[in-house]
Design a protein around this ligand. Structure first.
Ligand code: OF8
Length: 121
């Protein structure tokens, strides 16, 4: 079999991957690991205009679609906010999203991203 070439990660991709690992640890139930389907969430694709999940975020890193750390922060916020739009406040998904958003904003704080940016330049 031809050897499948592994591509080196850029410093930005490295920093993004490290942040995503930290964020995913805050989703122990893995509610946010994969895209929400209309099968498990009726009419989801009609209600949520910009679906987002960790697997899609990781795919975007791999395809070098993030040009800054802030773009990751935007997708992360969208992912959590989607869950707080679609799910009612008394559901496990809404509560998990609220908690994930809160802990994620610390991991992605401006101070943290600024210092990480220094190390990338
Ligand atoms: C994130 C989210 O909104 C979500 C994840 C899930 C989910 C994620 C993994 C396994 C099962 N369910 C879900 N199920 C029903 C309604 C909403 N959700």
């Amino acid at each position: 079999l031809a050897k499948i070439e592994e591509k080196e990660q850029t410093p930005l991709q490295e920093a993004l991957s490290q942040l995503i690992r930290q964020l995913q640890r805050k989703d122990p139930s893995a509610f946010f690991s994969f895209p929400v389907t209309d099968l498990i969430a009726p009419a989801y694709s009609l209600i949520i205009k910009r679906p987002m999940d960790f697997s899609t975020i990781k795919e975007k890193v791999k395809k070098e679609l993030y040009q800054s750390l802030e773009e990751l922060k935007l997708d992360f916020k969208t992912m959590c906010e989607n869950a707080m739009i679609y799910n009612k406040p008394d559901t496990i998904y809404y509560k998990a999203a609220k908690k994930l958003l809160h802990s994620g904003m610390k991991i992605l704080s401006t101070e943290r991203l600024d210092s990480l940016k220094q190390s990338i330049e």
